[in-house]
Design a protein around this ligand. Structure first.
Ligand SMILES: [Zn+2]
Length: 133
């Protein structure tokens, strides 16, 4: 099994819903996103996927988040914009942007500070992401 990781960042504000703690008031983070894709077979060029494609896909996802108030985005209309849900959002969006059925998103980690992160593991039980079609 091969796994690639690409790291990117975005800055945004959020306000957690139904949460008692420092995050219930409006504040911001500089999130670090680590996205992993894996494949048990390599493509013709001997790579899982071209890093440029992976970076471009992540860049387009970051553009939907960067300098936003996350609570206002459609993705978080009905869910709290926690680091957990951000990781899931990025994983779902990335899966939709990688058309190659050989390649799947294995996990996405969202770091909201230097020492706190949340990781989402997409369902790995079945091939592909048929549930999203
Ligand atoms: Zn926060």
């Amino acid at each position: 099994m091969f796994e690639l990781k690409v790291v990117t960042h975005f800055s945004a504000a959020h306000q957690l819903k139904a949460f008692r703690g420092g995050c219930e008031t409006l504040h911001g983070h500089n999130w670090k996103i680590e996205a992993y894709v894996m494949s048990d077979a390599l493509g013709d060029a001997g790579v899982v996927v071209d890093f440029r494609e992976l970076k471009a896909a992540l860049r387009s996802i970051m553009e939907t988040l960067d300098h936003s108030f996350l609570n206002d985005l459609p993705a978080f209309k009905d869910t709290s914009p926690s680091s957990e849900n951000i990781a899931r959002y990025v994983a779902d969006q990335l899966a939709q942007r990688i058309p190659d059925p050989r390649v799947r998103v294995s996990r996405v980690t969202a770091w909201e500070s230097e020492n706190a992160c949340a990781t989402f593991y997409p369902n790995t039980g079945t091939a592909g992401r048929i549930s999203h079609l």
